[in-house]
Write a protein that binds this ligand. Structure first.
Ligand SMILES: [Zn+2]
Ligand SMILES: [Zn+2]
Length: 384
């Protein structure tokens, strides 16, 4: 089978092998068990990223991308190229689209497509939401990505999938949830989070809670790391040139972003930041004050602490270089959406619904949220 999308690769920023598949570099050796799990060893930078079953990953990802493309029409369901043209209408009057590369013609299910403007900066956070599985209070791992400037949602995924998945992609709950760090001081929290990564069986193997589907339910629950690679792969097909990313402090989000936009990062054209916030008053409008730098974790990341009266944030550049951008970074877009989400009755009552239904509700609410914002923006304009 053709290997379409690389997942087994060096993920170190600054390494010459960043994003290169196993076949493309003589520096790799595998499988390497030095860290207690099968890993890919990159001799150029000394890293040991965990190995995935590339065939199972590619089978699932191809199905996932084709389904997204058939629904939305922004890229081709066959070859994933994003150069498409409108190609007349089918007998019912619905718009057809043609791929300019492989000439595939299809009818996207979502008909009134707005052109999405490529964002300057993408902001991504996870969210854990309940669903009804074999028992109550099962949990979905959700990823939300925003255009940081406009606040619009660019993409939303959960780790529920309708597609067939190989066993190595399946999430397995072992009964040991990572403790919630909400109550600690923000600096301690960053430090404890790094320790949590090290306690995992692999850095990218998060245990976020139980997620067992109803008996005989269709579909499956993916390991969050796999869902993250699928999530960012969709975004990179939509926006191949976006250079700035802000993500929550989660090591496999870093790995997924750096892998899917590897060409840009290898040419040192991208910026990737971890960001943790503690916002107690979102109305404060004075500049942020830089407090100093601390180092945390296995990778000894350099974290900057910034304070704005009652608000604090910790920022870590994952792509080196001196940058003054840290002050302007925030997770404001995701905070606004999540606040709005918890005011929607259909969402707050969705804990009794299946994982598939909760996923549908999140998609439709994300759509409503973007639509509402367009109306609001137009409304403001017309008052002038
Ligand atoms: Zn390397
Ligand atoms: Zn095509």
């Amino acid at each position: 089978m053709l290997t379409l999308f690389t997942i087994n690769t060096c993920k170190s920023f600054g390494c010459r092998n960043l994003g290169l598949p196993i076949s493309a570099s003589a520096d790799y050796s595998w499988p390497d068990y030095r860290l207690g799990y099968p890993a890919l060893h990159c001799r150029a930078c000394g890293s040991y990223p965990p190995l995935f079953d590339e065939q199972q990953f590619n089978e699932w990802l191809s199905a996932h991308l084709s389904a997204y493309a058939s629904e939305n029409g922004h890229f081709c369901p066959e070859c994933y190229c994003n150069k498409t043209i409108c190609y007349g209408h089918n007998p019912r009057g619905t718009q057809r689209v043609q791929c300019r590369v492989c000439k595939k013609v299809w009818t996207p299910k979502q008909q009134n497509q707005r052109k999405i403007v490529p964002p300057e900066r993408i902001e991504t956070v996870p969210l854990i939401v309940p669903f009804q599985g074999r028992s109550a209070e099962q949990k979905l791992y959700v990823l939300l990505s925003f255009d940081a400037a406009s606040g619009n949602i660019l993409h939303i995924s959960t780790n529920f999938t309708q597609h067939y998945i190989g066993e190595t992609l399946r999430y397995r709950w072992r009964g040991n949830i990572e403790p919630d760090l909400h109550h600690s001081n923000i600096v301690t929290r960053v430090d404890m989070r790094e320790t949590q990564f090290l306690r995992r069986s692999q850095f990218d193997e998060i245990q976020y809670g139980s997620a067992v589907l109803k008996r005989n339910a269709r579909g499956a629950i993916l390991r969050p790391v796999i869902a993250a690679h699928g999530h960012f792969r969709v975004l990179s097909l939509l926006f191949p040139d976006v250079k700035r990313h802000v993500i929550s402090h989660e090591c496999f989000l870093r790995g997924a972003v750096i892998t899917v936009w590897a060409d840009l990062f290898r040419q040192r054209q991208g910026e990737l930041w971890f960001l943790e916030e503690e916002i107690n008053d979102s109305d404060i409008n004075i500049p942020w004050n830089f407090q100093g730098t601390t180092q945390h974790g296995w990778w000894q990341g350099q974290w900057q602490l910034w304070v704005q009266k009652k608000n604090r944030k910790m920022v870590c550049s994952l792509t080196g270089g001196v940058s003054n951008n840290a002050e302007t970074l925030s997770l404001t877009a995701s905070r606004h959406f999540i606040q709005w989400l918890y005011q929607q009755t259909i969402f707050t009552h969705s804990a009794q619904l299946s994982a598939g239904r909760v996923t549908q509700i999140l998609h439709s609410l994300a759509h409503d949220y973007n639509e509402k914002r367009v109306i609001k923006e137009t409304g403001c304009g017309s008052q002038k």
